[in-house]
Design a protein around this ligand. Structure first.
Ligand SMILES: N[C@@H](CCC(=O)N[C@@H](CS)C(=O)NCC(=O)O)C(=O)O
Length: 212
């Protein structure tokens, strides 16, 4: 049975999973959960995903949620196809991958969520974004990216010389920043080179404007 992604075409986390499917040449079917009508908060959905969040996958009856957990599962299951070593297999290489993945989760993702909450979700709730909060978050993002720049001055990707999931996980929020006119990823030379590289991948081009 083809892999089913229960998600929403423009959702950040749905894009993260679809992007990994593309990298690994995994056919998938998007089952749209209509977030605009609150389908993700309905009983039928929360029975499967108790937090009422998208996405989750149904892999022949095996259910997994959390976009990064799904990405790791699919990368390992389809290790022999598509882009190789998105999770490096050597002991030390994997440790450096986990370090990079943790950097994304703890230093980058919270800023993306904060900016999305101000500029997207507040508007959807009919509230005005707090522009002071947005500019504080952009300042914080720029400070974090200073550290990224020093890492990327020494190596091509965040975990070393090869692209990994840790790099790819940045794509949905990084793209959102650009679409909001936040150019933090273009300001520093090594970050800008890295961003141009990962955001030009075919897998990302296929999903960045919406997962189909
Ligand atoms: N950590 C989760 C976050 C999932 C998440 O927050 N999804 C958003 C859409 S991108 C959502 O469903 N938001 C609705 C909500 O949190 O109520 C993941 O990586 O999958």
């Amino acid at each position: 049975m083809v892999l089913k992604i229960y998600g929403f075409p423009i959702s950040i986390c749905t894009k993260r999973v679809a992007l990994v499917c593309r990298e690994k040449n995994i056919p998938y079917e998007l089952v749209t959960v209509d977030m605009m009508t609150g389908a993700h908060k309905g009983e039928a959905y929360t029975k499967v995903q108790p937090f009422g969040q998208v996405p989750y996958i149904d892999d022949d009856g095996f259910i997994v949620y959390e976009s990064r957990a799904i990405s790791r599962y699919l990368t390992k299951k389809y290790a022999s196809q598509g882009t190789q070593e998105l999770i490096p297999t050597g002991l030390k290489e994997e440790a450096l991958f986990e370090q990079a993945a943790s950097i994304e989760l703890t230093n980058f993702d919270p800023i993306g969520n904060g900016i999305a909450d101000e500029n997207i979700f507040k508007r959807l709730r009919g509230e005005e974004p707090d522009q002071k909060r947005v500019s504080e978050l952009v300042t914080l993002l720029e400070a974090k990216l200073n550290a990224y720049d020093s890492i990327l001055a020494k190596q091509k990707y965040l975990a070393g010389s090869q692209v990994t999931l840790a790099d790819l996980f940045h794509l949905p929020f990084g793209h959102m920043f650009g679409s909001m006119g936040i150019d933090a990823l273009e300001k520093q030379p090594n970050v800008a080179r890295w961003w141009k590289d990962i955001s030009s991948r075919e897998s990302w081009a296929a999903v960045k404007d919406g997962v189909a």
